[in-house]
Design a protein around this ligand. Structure first.
Ligand code: SF4
Length: 354
């Protein structure tokens, strides 16, 4: 990698991002449905692959809908969009339809989905804004080794169907799986071929009991090289970049390289604490503004609206069955919200908290 070229490209990418995406950066977070993935051959980097043998009753490894709705409500309060509704494989289309409907309803916002291969015949598209395919790595050889259970071609096919159905599309890419700089070209070709609207990058967070346990992260300059290459070639694409608690100071450089969304935090452990402030300061240090907050306790408590927010009220259709269910669960959802706020206010930060 030519580090000087990466920095020069980043300056161009930064300016291009402002031209097409404005002067503010958003915070987003994936909404997880559970801890179990039904893929027979789970992905070798994934936390869920380490849990599969330990989970005897997969249905009990799902989050309760009350907790999912509570988190959705808090996200709206603090001005964070849900990056996508995400879970391993194994959710029925009926379950997904109900969850999407209820989450969209409490947020007044349509959602992105990242839940494996979607059954377009039966999914209710009314409240879906887009679909994300978990590509993880564009290096085919590596993909076959690391994600044997979800061939790239099937994911691509699904994204093409999603476009045919009028939806926006995106992919996720994890850096640090063993890819090389040459793979950037393959990624650029994929973005063009699939006409993607968004791409989420993560820097691998090595999980215990996986083949990546103890492995080193990619460097910030390498990460910047991927981001700036995408931004320079696709000025309009939304680029979300994931970080982690031990890498918060890469946020500024990632924004300089063309990222316009920051994601992947253990939110409730960091909110309002020095780590949350660090995230905000990293964003402000680039000269950009921020949508949402990582520190405003009144916003978290629902006492006021977050200052800048990406939310615009959208018309959400919900069945009377699901509307009744949301009404019935209101007390439990409120209790859950209180629990999350308590966690944010009291729990000292722990890397394993969420
Ligand atoms: S499909 Fe997703 S949840 Fe399932 S093993 Fe792969 S990365 Fe993990």
């Amino acid at each position: 990698m030519d580090s000087v070229a990466t920095l020069e490209n980043s300056i161009k990418a930064f300016k291009l991002t402002e031209k097409y995406h404005g002067d503010a950066v958003s915070l987003e977070r994936a909404l997880f449905l559970g801890w179990y993935c039904s893929l027979n051959d789970p992905c070798k980097f994934c936390f869920m692959s380490t849990q599969k043998q330990k989970i005897k009753e997969p249905l009990r490894a799902r989050r309760r809908i009350e907790s999912i709705l509570a988190e959705s409500i808090i996200m709206k309060r603090i001005g964070w969009k849900l990056e996508f509704i995400s879970g391993g494989y194994g959710y029925t289309t009926e379950e997904l339809n109900d969850t999407i409907e209820m989450v969209s309803y409490v947020q007044g916002s349509k959602q992105y989905l990242n839940v494996g291969i979607i059954d377009f015949e039966n999914i209710n598209l009314e409240n879906i804004e887009g679909v994300v395919g978990a590509v993880e790595t564009v290096n085919e050889k590596l993909h076959k080794e690391i994600c044997p259970g979800k061939p790239i071609d099937k994911t691509k096919e699904m994204l093409i169907h999603a476009k045919d159905n009028g939806l926006k599309t995106g992919i996720t890419i994890i850096l640090g799986l063993g890819e090389s700089e040459k793979d950037i070209e393959t990624l650029l070709n994929m973005i063009e071929e699939l006409e993607l609207d968004r791409i989420t990058f993560y820097s691998l967070n090595p999980q215990k009991e996986t083949i990546f346990e103890g492995s080193a992260s990619i460097t910030t300059l390498e990460y910047m090289n991927w981001i700036s290459s995408v931004r320079l070639n696709f000025p309009k694409v939304k680029i979300a970049t994931g970080t982690w608690v031990d890498k918060l100071t890469n946020i500024g450089p990632l924004i300089m390289a063309g990222s316009n969304v920051i994601t992947k935090f253990p939110l409730f452990s960091l909110y309002g604490k020095k780590e949350g402030k660090t995230v905000e300061n990293e964003i402000y240090s680039t000269g950009r503004n921020l949508y949402g907050s990582f520190s405003d306790i009144d916003a978290l408590k629902g006492l006021k609206l977050a200052k800048n927010t990406k939310y615009v009220d959208e018309k959400i259709s919900i069945s009377s069955k699901n509307l009744d269910a949301v009404e019935r669960m209101k007390k439990d959802v409120d209790k859950k919200i209180e629990g999350y706020i308590k966690k944010a206010l009291k729990t000292p930060f722990s890397d394993f908290g969420e």
